[in-house]
Structures are given as C-alpha cells and as structure tokens.
Design a protein around this ligand. Sequence first.
Ligand code: BGC
Length: 471
Amino acid sequence: MTEIESIATQPASAGTDQIDTESIISKEDFGSDFRWGVATAAYQIEGAVNEDGRADCNWDVFARQSGKIKNRDQATLACDFYHRYEEDLELVQSLGFKQFRFSISWSRILPDGFGKVNQKGIDFYNKLIDKCLSLDIEPWITLYHWDLPQALEVLGGWKNRKVVEWFADYTRICTTAFGDRVRSWIVLNEPMAVAGLGYTTGLHAPGKKGIWNFLPVVHHLALCQAEGGRIIRDNVANSYIGTAISCSYVHAFSESARDVSAAKRADALMNRLFIEPALGLGYPSDAFPFLKNINAYMLEGDAEKLKFDFDFIGLQNYFSVVVKHSYLAPVVWLKEVPAKLRNVPTTAMGWEVNPDGMYQILKQFEKYKGIKEIIVSENGAAFEDVFFENDVSDTKRVVFFQSYLAAILKAKQDGVNVKGYFAWTLMDNFEWAEGYSARFGLVFVDFKSQERVVKDSGKWFAGFLKEAKTC
Ligand code: BGC
C-alpha cells in the first residue's frame, strides 16, 4: 500500500475545517517588483546520493548512525528530484512562482571537498538552471545549505580554519560554472543552525557536541559568509548577493531583570550573531559577553574580512520564542518556555504560530542602517496533512501563509524594505533530524510511489499569484 492509499482511509471530516478562501490580501498590494518564490535544499530533495560521482556528505554519514534521525530515515532517495527535476520545475511554474531557490550539493561538485571537479555534478545543475530559464523561472542559488563533504568533515569540518579556503574554491567553481545565467546568490543558509545544532548540541550533522566547538565554527562561517560574497561579486556580472539568516523574535518570559537579560542573550545568538559582523559591528558580545572568546580565533585582519556589503539579507522566520533565565543551562543561562506550555497555537513541530513575530523581526532588522533590502528567504509550516479523495486539505497551512503574508505586508507598509518572499517549501521532503515525519510542502509527496499531489495551500498560492485580485 502506498502512503497515499494508507492515509486515504481517514474519515471524511479529517482536516477539512472550513476557511474563508477569499484572500484578505492580494499580490498587487506587495508591488509589481516584489519577488515570489519557493525554496528548497539539495540534501532534502535530490536523493541520488551515490550517483554520477557524488561522494558522501556529513549528513549521509550522520543519518546512517542509529538514533540520529527519526524512524532511521535516510535521504538516499528523498524526493528523487535528481531525476524528476523537470516535472518538479513544471510544478513550480504551475503554482505561479517566478523564482526557484535551490542549493548546490558541494559533494556533487567536489567529491573530495576540494581539488578535482566532478563534471557530472556541474552538468546536473546546468540542466536544472536551463530548465528554470526555459520555464521563465529565475534560478536562485544557495551555495551552502548544511551538507558538507564528508572528506572535509574528517579534517575538522567547520572547526578547521582551512574551511575558508575550501569554501572560497568551491564558490569560485560554482560562480564560474553558473554565473553566466544565475544572478541571485545566497551564500549561506542559516549558519546559526550549523554552529548550534551541528557542532554544539549535536542534533544535526556532524553531531558534534560542546560549547567550545561553537566559537571557531561561528567565526569560520562568518568569514565564509563575507568571502563568498566577495567572490560572487568578482565573478558574476550584475549579481544580486545575499545570505540567509534564521531569525526569531524573542520575548522575555517576565519583566524581571534576569529574564530580560536572558532575552537579550537569546536575541544576540538567534538574530544578531551573523548579521552584525557582516555590517562591521563585530560579534554581539555587549549582550552576551561569552562571545568575546571568539577573539581567540581572530587573526590579524579578520575584523575587515568579516564585512561584506550584501545587496540583500535573507531573513528566515518560522516562529517567535519566549525565554527565561535558567541556572541549569551553563554559559547561556537561559531556557526556552515551550509554546505548548504557553497554550498558544503551534505547528506540528511544536513551534509557535505568531505572525506578529514576523512583523516584529522585520522591524528589528529595518533598524540596521547597513541593510539595503530584505528578502524573506524562507517561511512555512509543518502540519499533519491528511490526504482524502485526491485532495490534501491543509487548511491550517493556508491560514498560516495568509497571516504571515499579511504581517509582511504590514511591515512593508510601515517602511521595511522587504522585496521578496520564498515559501518553504515546494514539496514535502527530508526534514533533517525529523526525517520524513514533518511535512512542510505545498505539494504532498508519497515517499513510496514518489507521487506528487498539490495541497490546498499550493492551490491557494496558485490563485493568489495569478494577476486577479482574489484567489
Ligand atoms: C531550514 C530548512 C528546514 C526548515 C524547516 C529552515 O531552518 O533552512 O532546511 O527544512 O527550516 O525546519
């Protein structure tokens, strides 16, 4: 039985609560120059991990270890995008999106991490880019979305300062190969997740733990963020360069001085850590003095090397957080008050649904003088989707998108220079440590048959993105 058949046995009423499908906002409200796209990441969709010369990345190795990924899921097939990219891009077009964000698998291009280029890897992305262009979809490249070649991981990965040279070589190769047709580039995707989940808590690949990993990894990522920008600028004519930062508006649990200062530390880590060095403001040690320890990894000239004048900042927002002081969490001295305990609406990930948090974080970023433009480069939600009679009635996701878009529009009308929006994500995929259990797609994927079914949220977007005022 396929996944679709097995869940098709659910009762008719499941997940079909009525919503007002009359759109409260319209695409036109955002202006004719506003960009509308969907975002994806190589490791989450491509599969074909052993094909055409690709070597292991750190996630392949991590996923093979027991207990790391829910249900022991692996991304060996994922959405089989490597073979199905043409029909999937046609799906992007049918949903009305004009921009497609994808990442490059470093280990497809450079199986050893550096050195010999794998031409078949280049060929794949060339075909993908050309297909986008033939469909009148603008390809947006993310250079690094969390999958590091395992050959580099064994050399210390992001802890090894040599990663700056490795990343520079990789960026030169990609810009030389694709820069004639791709103008829009995102250097890193959510570096805080790499440093925090990958090298500190160990919940993501490579599964390393310890606060003393955190500091060099942050510094090397921040150096690569700027160095990548410089290389793209040199190699790509008329480029539009950004980097994507995970951002969550932080509230203090109470007005007590300890909770307020805990919230400032959380804000420094979650929102300020990667933007401020790029803007020449250094690491935010004013709010979190522990970050002064990064100085031990700074070489002469690094303060300059951390700076880059990005054309846009990619802001990725899924939820807001409430934090309080905690004596049980050494170094950070804070803990999150989970949304479930606060009796607020949540997604299937347990993340708080709070469109006002999107508004607040956009306003917070607007205050940085050095940011020219903001693109919301990811936003979306996982819910427990129900497939019934050839339909996935994901009402909650439709409402999620409508309310977050309304919050973005309000921020735009209140002066934030937000110039685009990418929904996360095109289709259900390999959701990192959650495996296939968390579905974020606008398109439902049956992972056994690889059948795709456009969800109601996908249909809602298709209606919204049409020129007509309402869906
Ligand atoms: C990441 C995506 C991920 C999404 C949902 C973002 O932080 O960039 O890769 O799937 O969050 O967890």
